[in-house]
Design a binder for this molecule. Structure first.
Ligand SMILES: Nc1nc2c(c(=O)[nH]1)N[C@H]1C(S)=C(S)[C@@H](COP(=O)(O)O)O[C@H]1N2
Ligand SMILES: [Mo]
Length: 532
């Protein structure tokens, strides 16, 4: 054996860093390969799930008591600590030779293999991730171990004062040590970066694939009462108004999620609690085995400016919220239901709006005949006719707490109104602003909404002339929008057209301009165009 390799001995820090980085490389490589092949075979995920299965009941109950819904996170953190401890010990044991660390990594690998095989079953795909993890771990460990700078045996000084030592030693230690250190730093940093990238990519990819698989597997149950078919006369799309049903891909989208939550149905749970006689906890199957309703509902965002596009209609399929509240038994004094999403968004909905047998607030699972799209709250969201979305339409729903208004919801804490019924509004879709159209007979068309009251009338005026009644599309229900259109004969030149809606309570859309904050914009939509 030559002198150099005989003298290769790692300092404590280098040894521990080497071991920790190797384990990180192993786990993240395994996670990424699992995402590409079989997500359940990701080594730490498989081991964690086996641990959950094997844990005795009292341990599980204790974990839930201690950590509540964060019990899975707690398990992962606990596993992380054990791994860090073992890796540290393995690193320290490998200062002279990489053998102990390699044995440890192989041991982790075998554990991952057994766990993955037991979770996935006899499928060769189950083996790829643990194998990739083991190879990555061993490879990185061997490489970093070789790259790590040597510490001369039994020299305290060497660790603290490498320069003096190197000079005394008469070797090229000064140069060697510094560039060796740098090389080790660079190698270590690249392993850390690559692991971070692999882990993130694996997580994003795995989540996306997991949820799209879960969504494809959903078989929507039939509603107890089918919604009547949408009459042809509900649509003025040919005149330039939007289509009555908004296709899912065009439905407006508003949320605070930087990244859309990805919740497979198998992981979804709903808790109904607070001021109730009986708490309820439901799985997705338990929810969808209840009575479902199908109903077209027009949703609107409070941030929709006059003339804006944050308004859309879909046929939602879901369980009436009032059924669940009746099951739970709402106690006296309750004022709102605070709904919470998996990403901690909250909305507060007045209890009357949810218990009202005439208003079909739903825990929706279906949208236009499909499971909810992921961006629109898969697997379960709330939809409440007649209220702006921020107080009534929590997506990725996981918790319903019956409580009082003392408990402030997300947007109420940020200056928006606590109660927010949708305001009666209308919008002009044709002509569009500054459009140039042939003079003579022109069609002006648009949409109006007054959810839970119903649109009664839409009027149009040009250049501040007299108001004229527009033709209205066939009503579908009082919770959906109505289309309108009117033919006008106009001379060449610039014109301004305005519209105003009147609802079934007799209220006419006000001309008074109000901003969206705190409870929804008002004013007439006006469009300038040129006829020539
Ligand atoms: N989890 C969650 N749910 C949410 C929101 C949110 O930010 N997070 N935004 C609300 C708002 S402000 C509106 S208008 C509706 C929009 O629903 P959509 O994106 O399906 O159109 O969702 C509501 N539900
Ligand atoms: Mo909104």
């Amino acid at each position: 054996m030559n002198r150099a390799s005989h003298r290769h001995r790692l300092g404590n820090t280098a040894a521990v860093v080497t071991a920790l980085l190797s384990v990180a490389a192993a786990l993240t490589a395994g996670h990424l390969v699992a995402a590409l092949t079989e997500p359940r075979a990701s080594p730490h995920v498989a081991v964690g799930n086996v641990a959950i299965d094997l844990a005795p009941r009292p341990v599980k109950e204790l974990a839930i008591d201690l950590f509540g819904t964060s019990d899975k996170l707690a398990l992962l953190v606990g596993m992380g600590l054990v791994i860090v401890l073992l890796a540290t010990a393995g690193g320290l044991a490998s200062r002279r030779t990489p053998l102990p660390g390699s044995v440890l990594i192989t041991g982790f690998g075998v554990l991952g293999l057994v766990a993955a095989a037991s979770r996935v079953g006899p499928d060769p795909l189950a083996l790829t991730a643990p194998l990739a993890a083991t190879l990555a771990g061993l490879g990185v460990f061997g490489w970093l171990h070789r790259t790590a700078p040597s510490v001369p045996p039994d020299s305290e000084a060497a660790r603290t004062e490498p320069r003096r030592h190197a000079e005394e030693d008469g070797t090229t230690g000064l140069v060697g040590t510094t560039s060796g250190r740098r090389r080790f730093l660079v190698s270590g940093a690249s392993v850390a970066l690559a692991s971070g990238a692999a882990g993130t990519a694996g997580q994003l990819l795995g989540d996306a694939r997991g949820v799209s698989r879960s969504r494809k597997a959903v078989e929507l149950p039939r509603p107890e009462v089918e919604a009547p078919p949408i009459p042809e006369g509900a649509d003025f799309a040919r005149s330039g108004a939007p289509s009555f049903i908004t296709p899912n891909s065009e439905f407006y989208r508003i949320d605070t999620a930087l990244r859309v939550p990805r919740v497979p149905t198998s992981e979804w749970r709903l808790r109904v609690h607070g001021m109730v006689e009986r708490e309820i906890e439901l799985t997705f199957d338990e929810l969808t085995s209840r009575r479902l309703l199908a109903k077209p509902i027009t949703m609107t965002c409070v941030s929709n400016p006059v003339g804006g596009s944050y308004v859309s209609t879909a046929e939602f399929l879901g369980v009436p919220v009032r059924d669940l509240l009746a099951e739970a038994g709402v106690r006296d004094g309750a004022e709102q239901v605070l709904s919470t999403s998996v990403d901690r968004f909250t909305a507060g909905t007045p209890i009357e709006a949810l218990t009202d047998p005439d208003r079909d607030a739903l825990l929706a699972v279906g949208m236009n005949g499909e499971p909810l799209p992921v961006e629109h709250g898969f697997p379960v969201r709330m939809v409440t006719p007649g209220l702006y979305g921020y107080v009534s339409a929590t997506k990725w729903l996981t918790d319903l707490e019956v409580t009082t208004w003392d408990n402030r919801p997300y947007w109420a804490k940020r200056g928006w109104a606590l109660r927010a019924p949708v305001k009666t509004q209308s919008r002009i879709d044709r002509p569009t602003g500054f459009e140039k159209i042939p003079a003579g007979r022109i069609t002006v068309a648009g949409v109006a909404w007054a959810q839970h009251t119903g649109v009664e009338r839409v009027e149009v005026r040009v250049d501040e002339g007299s108001w004229r009644r527009a033709e209205l599309s066939e009503p579908v229900n009082k919770d959906t929008w109505r289309m309108w259109r009117i033919d006008l004969d106009l001379p060449p030149g610039g014109h301004t057209v305005e519209s105003r809606a009147t609802d079934r309570s007799g209220y006419t859309q006000t001309a008074k301009r109000a901003p969206t904050v705190p409870d929804g914009a008002t004013g007439w939509h006006s469009v300038f165009f040129t006829a020539r």
